[in-house]
Structures are given as structure tokens and as C-alpha cells.
Design a protein around this ligand. Structure first.
Ligand code: AKG
Length: 484
């Protein structure tokens, strides 16, 4: 819930002397926000977990301006916080409270520089909104497949910096797999020119990958060359009530075994989550006759003109009905119906927010262990906080479930949120036991820095720290994120 008061920015006077004038001379008044009302939206995160301060917000218009501004900040020893659409779930783009960190918003760098339907590539600047990139690809008869709930706001720079996953990872991989080349501004203001569009390029360390998942701690992603795919010609979406978590996994395997390439998304939702969506989301309706405890959404797509997806969908659902795995199913008959099915899934975060306080656990386990993970976590959470409501949902096809917990009905939200760490520890204990990860697609940000050393100890954390020290010796890039 939005429980925190609005952020209070520090006055610009806290910048080292002369720096603000130099930045204004470089970027102009549109490129430097100093009015507290303009700065305020940049100081807190979507979940309202954090609110920080920033003496001003820099908004460079291009890579050259950003590089020059970074040089000025680096020379003055001023820490920088890269920000795109500001949709982080882990406080990854929020400055701290010191008033020393300067937010650098890349939203004005929003040109699509090139689309090539032969190479199947798009080169887009960091501030291009994900949905805009999808639409531009579609306009060229292609598909840019990365898709997630925040796609109307999240930017290319943000989704790459966090190696976002989303709904289509099962078919197309995470943001990392969709990136061929990168342009970045390093912490000292040098520009790394790596916008190659090659499918093969083994020429030493793949430096571009340092910036994907680096969450802005090693520099700014300013543009990327992305992979496109042939546009789908046929799509089918079904909403199914399933017997239990094992039945959901069995259904996934049936589709995957029949036609792996057709499964674009396979999402799990609990009865509790769907109840919340129906309660809080205007116009939401259950497309089935009866409520169930477990549901899945199946999304099939193919570029083949005679794809036969409807026959595939019906055949697999029929088999699964006969096997008792599927209890009931509805196949979307129009774009509107397919959209309405997807909305039930995509509005889970909003529905949870409207219901009250909740704690998010963006975790992953091997796909085969998803049912066990959901069951064990749900039981452990209810034992920890009687009356609390587990709301597991998400990307079953790639092993990433949002193992969220909603407060008990009528309980005090603050008292519930005070148990956040216990809740996360409870989920993480199960996830660790099942060889999973404490952060699947949201990243580490500020929320989970203490978990990195615990989960990625020894040589892994040591190498991460050495890379950070080598690339950003002054520690100016997004301090306090990823590594503490
Ligand atoms: C999703 O909907 O897939 C998200 O990543 C949001 C997860 C959440 O709200 O916990």
C-alpha cells in the first residue's frame, strides 16, 4: 500500500560548488530539473518502499550529453543513480536519503535508431518505452517479444540493466538473450561502443553482458541492439482451472512436448489471486462457470500461416480433461477475450496492492520443482502468520513464481509489513532447499543486497566486488544497489 509520505528532495545547494552551473550549461534547463515538484516523482519507487533525495534530476538528450555530464559528476565525486521508467520492484532506481546522489533519468533518450527486418534487429535508445519498442517492431512486420506488466512504462535501458524476464521467457529467454550489442557510458564518462548486430562474435570477454543485470552499478546502458523475430500470424489463449499444482505442470509438459516452439507463455495463478483480481479490477470476470483453487493461462503463438494452433490447443486440453488435470477451460474467441484473460493475470500486482499490504517474493526454482515450492512455501507462510493469504502467481513455464503473501483480512498493514524479513526468510529457506534463487527477474536493487553475499558467497561475490572496483573505482554508480 502507498503508506509513505511524498519524498522530500534536498535543495540543490548540496551539490559541490559550480557543478550545477556546469550541468545547466551542458544540458540546458530541460536537461536539469531543480524544482522540487518536478524532482519528487523520481525519488520513490512503484511499491513505495523507499523514498530518497536528489539535489536535481539530470535528463540528457543523447549519449554525448550523458557522457559529458558523467565526466563532470565523476570529477566532483558525485554518485549517480540511473533511472528509466522507475518501475523497479526492489528499489533499484531510487536514490538514498543522503541528498548526495543525483538521479539521471534517461527518458529523453528515446529514439529508435534502426530496425532491420532482414537482420531481424532493432537498435533502440535506453529511454524507449518497452511497449513502443514492441509496436515499432510490429510496424516493421516483426516481433520484439519481451513482455511484462509494466511494459507501458518500463524502458529498454531498465529492462536490460535488470535483465528483465516477464511472460515470454519460456519461449524467447530473458532480456539478456534478446541483446546482441550495447552502447554504455562508463563511470568515468567513456563511451563503450558495442552496438554490433552479430549473431556470432567471439572476440574475448563479452563485456556487453556486464551491463545486463548490472542494475546500473557498472555504468549507464544508453542504447542496445536487440533481436527481433518473425511476427506471429496466429495466437490462441486459454484460461484453465486445474486440479492442483502438479496438474498445472503436467499440462505445461503436454503442450511443450507437442510443440515447444508454440508455447509463448505458461502462467500459473492461485484461486486467491484470481479472487483478488475479480474483487478489485474493474470489469474483470471469471471466464469459467465455477471458481477453482488453481488456474493456468496458456498462450500459444506461431509465425506459420497454417499454424493449426486451435487444433493443438483443443487436443491438448481435451487430453488433460480426460486425465483429470484440467477441470474446465475457456479459449479466447477474439482479441478482446484473449486480452481479458491476460488482464486477469497481469492485474495481480494491482489487485494485491488494493487489497492491503503484501510482501513480494520473486523466486525461481527448476521447473520440475515449482509445484513442491508453491505447496511448501504456502504451508510455511500460513504457519508463520496465521490468517495470511499466499498469492503465488507467475511464470510457471520458466520456474519463476511470485510467491507473494497478502496480509490477513482486517489486520494492521504496518504490523504485517514488520514481518517482511521473516516472510522472505521463510520463502527463501524453501527455495534454497530446492536449488532455486532469491531473485528471479526483479533483480537485487536495494531490497535484497544483504542476500547476495549469503547466496552468492565465496569466489562469486569476490569476483563481483573485484569487477565493481575495477570498473567503478570511486563507487559512484548506483551506490547501495546489488552489492552493499
Ligand atoms: C509480474 O506480474 O510478473 C511481476 O513481475 C510482478 C510481480 C509482483 O507483483 O510480485
Amino acid at each position: 500500500p502507498d503508506t509513505l509520505p511524498p519524498a522530500e528532495p534536498r535543495p540543490a545547494a548540496s551539490l559541490p560548488s559550480g557543478l550545477l552551473d556546469a550541468l545547466l550549461a551542458l544540458l540546458g534547463p530541460r536537461g536539469v530539473l531543480t524544482d522540487p515538484a518536478d524532482i519528487a516523482p523520481h525519488l520513490s519507487d512503484w511499491r513505495n518502499l523507499y523514498r530518497g533525495s536528489s539535489p536535481c534530476v539530470l535528463r540528457p538528450a543523447n549519449t554525448g550529453e550523458l557522457a559529458a555530464a558523467v565526466k563532470l559528476c565523476a570529477a566532483a565525486g558525485v554518485p549517480m543513480v540511473p533511472q528509466g521508467g522507475n518501475t523497479s520492484m526492489v528499489g533499484g532506481a531510487t536514490p538514498d536519503e543522503s541528498g548526495r546522489q543525483v538521479v539521471v533519468a534517461l527518458t529523453r533518450m528515446n529514439r529508435i535508431r534502426d530496425i532491420d527486418p532482414v537482420d531481424l534487429t532493432m537498435t533502440a535508445e535506453a529511454g524507449v518505452v518497452l511497449k513502443t519498442a514492441q509496436e515499432a517492431a510490429a510496424g516493421a512486420g516483426c516481433l520484439f517479444p519481451l513482455s511484462l506488466g509494466a511494459e507501458g512504462t518500463a524502458t529498454i535501458g531498465g529492462v536490460l540493466s535488470t535483465n528483465a524476464g516477464g511472460n515470454t521467457t519460456v519461449r524467447y529467454g530473458n532480456a539478456r538473450e534478446l541483446m546482441l550489442g550495447i552502447e554504455a557510458v562508463l563511470p568515468d564518462g567513456q563511451v563503450l561502443h558495442g552496438l554490433r548486430r552479430l549473431r556470432k562474435d567471439n572476440t574475448g570477454y563479452a563485456l556487453r553482458h556486464l551491463f545486463v543485470g548490472g542494475e546500473g552499478t557498472l555504468g549507464f546502458v544508453t542504447a542496445a541492439t536487440l533481436k527481433l523475430f518473425p511476427a506471429p500470424r496466429e495466437t490462441e489463449v486459454a484460461f484453465c482451472a486445474v486440479r492442483d499444482e502438479d496438474a498445472a505442470l503436467a499440462l505445461f509438459r503436454r503442450f511443450r512436448d507437442r510443440d515447444d516452439s508454440a508455447v509463448r507463455a505458461f502462467e500459473y495463478m492461485s484461486g486467491t489471486g484470481i479472487d483478488l483480481a475479480l474483487r478489485h479490477i474493474e470489469g474483470a470476470t471469471l471466464p469459467l462457470a465455477e471458481r477453482a483453487d488453481h488456474y493456468v493461462l496458456v498462450d500459444l503463438a506461431t509465425p506459420r500461416p497454417d499454424g493449426g494452433l486451435r487444433a493443438l490447443m483443443e487436443a491438448v486440453l481435451e487430453e488433460a480433461l480426460e486425465a483429470g488435470e484440467v477441470l474446465d477451460a475457456a479459449i479466447g474467441e477474439s482479441e478482446a477475450q484473449r486480452g481479458a484473460i491476460w488482464r486477469l493475470r497481469e492485474e495481480h500486482p494491482e489487485a494485491q496492492k488494493r487489497e492491503g499490504a503484501s510482501v513480494k517474493n520473486d523466486v525461481s526454482v527448476p521447473v520440475s520443482r515449482v509445484p513442491e515450492m508453491i505447496r511448501r512455501c504456502s504451508a510455511a507462510l500460513v504457519e508463520l502468520i496465521p490468517g495470511s493469504r499466499p498469492v503465488p502467481f507467475g511464470h510457471m513455464g520458466d520456474g519463476n513464481i511470485h510467491m507473494n503473501l497478502e496480509q490477513p483480512e482486517g489486520a494492521d498493514p504496518a504490523a504485517f509489513l514488520a514481518r517482511s524479513h521473516d516472510i522472505m526468510d521463510t520463502v527463501n529457506a524453501v527455495v534454497r532447499d530446492l536449488d532455486g534463487s532469491f531473485s528471479a527477474e526483479h533483480g537485487v536493487g536495494r531490497l535484497k543486497t544483504d542476500m547476495v553475499a549469503d547466496w552468492r558467497g565465496g569466489a562469486e561475490i569476490d569476483l563481483m566486488r573485484r569487477i565493481k572496483a575495477a570498473v567503478d573505482p570511486q563507487g559512484l554508480m548506483n551506490p547501495g544497489k546489488v552489492l552493499d
